[in-house]
Design a protein around this ligand. Structure first.
Ligand code: NAP
Length: 463
């Protein structure tokens, strides 16, 4: 499709305009930093392909981490005055929405904050079997992401394997082991709660390729699995911890090691569910009849000079569900350079660079900038760095073609994009809070399907 609006040469806009693509924590911290700029006031539009803001806080933070979600009180602040920073949800940028180069005609700068949405693969036989999922897909399911409503995970077997030693692996293990009555007090959508209530899962096996001194869990998250009601934590370390392992220098790894050492003495008890932590093991094959995963073949490892090496010794774990929580990768953004190996857009402190040269008016922040690491707060410093660079560049930014800020709405119409505003989102927000009251004991219950979300956005009845 080509542009239908005439160019308006040399008409200076009132204020520089910035589009932030992605209303997750990194995008919203960037919007807040832009709003706070006392160099030159800028207008900001925050675009998101979903009708709801908050990205990973809404669709990545585990439902039972209710306190962690309270960060939305901070993230929503830029929208308070309703004019300088606008939310434009339900706006896809790219192939299925408004093309990036069309957007560029309306904004002096674009900050990409689209995260790392792709699951990494293990690259082992059987990964394609039913019951085998990436953590992104699985987390999207229990968080009620509209893209995931068709995924109905098979929780009909007692065994589950979760691969990985990061916080996402712990989130998944905890959600699967926690009593459904406790999950009912979270924001999980009704269809997710119904599946968890029917769950036959009893043994969640977390498979870690290195030793207990090298896990990437944060101690607070590891401690939580030990505090779950009616769940035993069992450590499978071949006696390594009892024999004593080299003490790590990192404070967090030291704390983890203390906890794991204490748990290494746990004997199987009478709890309804168990979380097993298996160390120095890697899955080498998923097996099952009829296209469905039934067993995971693990190989024992040893670590030499930091490298994980298989010993050839194998064992089998029964599992009807396998989730690989081994990290994410960013998705290439058409029109921007991409570093395939690291899954990020090449950048210098947030300025997008192609062959070492900055791409005028293009910036990145969050996971698409630095890779999928860090906690939510990490994105604040990251966004500040990007915004500092953008403000330094203000005088040299490419001119936007249209001086009228609202001309973008005509382009949305041209491309069949129907944005939802902050007020529309507040209708959906109110509906979710109402559903929480209906369930009882939950702050909110998520509306999961895209059509249902849009319907709630456009119905003012509940506010
Ligand atoms: P992560 O912390 O990078 O952990 C990924 C894990 O996958 C690592 O233990 C890694 O092992 C393992 N791995 C990678 N490739 C593997 C393979 N081929 N076979 C077996 N294991 C493999 O990533 P994440 O858990 O996805 O979390 C992403 C970020 O979000 C992290 O910074 C995390 O702390 C954060 N997060 C925080 C919270 C929270 O604060 N509650 C919750 C969720 C996520 P090696 O160590 O051996 O490489």
């Amino acid at each position: 499709m080509t542009s239908s609006l005439p160019p308006i040469p040399n008409a200076p806009p009132e204020r520089p305009r910035v589009a932030v693509i992605g209303a997750g924590p990194s995008g919203l911290y960037a919007a807040a930093a832009l709003l706070a700029s006392d160099v030159t006031p800028v207008d900001v539009d925050v675009l998101d392909r979903l009708p709801a803001p908050y990205g990973l806080v809404r669709y990545g933070v585990a439902p039972d981490h209710v306190k962690m979600k309270s960060v939305i009180r901070v993230l929503q602040r830029p929208f308070a005055d309703g004019s300088r920073v606008r939310f434009l949800g339900n706006v896809a940028v790219g192939e299925n929405g408004i093309p990036l180069d069309v957007l560029r005609e309306h904004y002096h700068a674009v900050v990409h904050a689209t995260g790392s949405s792709l699951d990494r693969d293990l690259g082992i036989p059987g990964e394609e079997l039913a019951g085998s999922h990436g953590s992104g897909a699985f987390v999207s399911w229990y968080c009620g992401h509209p893209d995931a409503t068709v995924l109905e995970p098979l929780l009909d077997s007692p065994g589950v394997v979760v691969v990985g030693a990061g916080n996402v692996a712990l989130d998944i293990a905890r959600v699967l082991a926690r009593a459904p009555a406790e999950m009912a007090t979270t924001d999980v959508p009704e269809h997710v709660l119904a599946t968890l209530r029917r769950s036959a899962v009893r043994d969640v096996h977390v498979v870690v390729r290195r030793g207990p001194q090298h896990v990437r869990f944060t101690p607070a998250e590891l401690r939580q699995i030990g505090e779950l009601d009616d769940v035993d934590v069992l450590v499978h370390d071949d006696g390594l911890l009892a024999a004593g392992v080299e003490e790590p220098e990192d404070r967090r790894q030291k704390q983890n090691l203390e906890m794991l050492t204490a748990w290494a003495g746990n004997e199987p008890g009478t709890a309804s569910r168990r979380i097993h932590l298996h160390f120095l093991r890697s899955p080498v094959r998923l097996e099952g009849a009829g296209g469905r995963v039934e067993h995971v073949v693990l190989e024992r490892n040893e670590v030499r000079d930091g490298k994980v090496l298989g010993t050839g010794e194998q064992e089998t774990v029964d599992a009807g569900l396998v989730v690989r929580a081994i990290g994410y990768s960013g998705e290439p953004i058409p029109g921007l350079p991409f570093d395939q190996e690291n899954g990020v857009v090449p950048n210098d402190g947030g300025r997008v660079v192609r062959d070492g040269v900055p791409v005028p008016g293009s910036y990145v922040t969050g996971w698409i900038k630095r890779g999928p690491t860090g906690v939510i707060g990490t994105n604040k410093h990251d966004a500040l760095e990007t915004v500092e660079k953008l403000l330094e560049d203000l005088a040299e930014l490419p001119e936007a073609r249209y001086p009228d800020r609202d001309a973008i709405f005509e382009r949305f119409a041209e491309y069949g994009v129907e944005p939802v505003t902050w007020d529309d989102w507040l209708n959906l927000d109110a509906e979710e809070i109402r559903l929480g009251e209906v369930r009882g004991g939950a702050e909110r219950v998520k509306v999961a399907g895209l059509d249902a979300m849009l319907d709630a956005c456009r119905s003012a009845a509940v506010r």
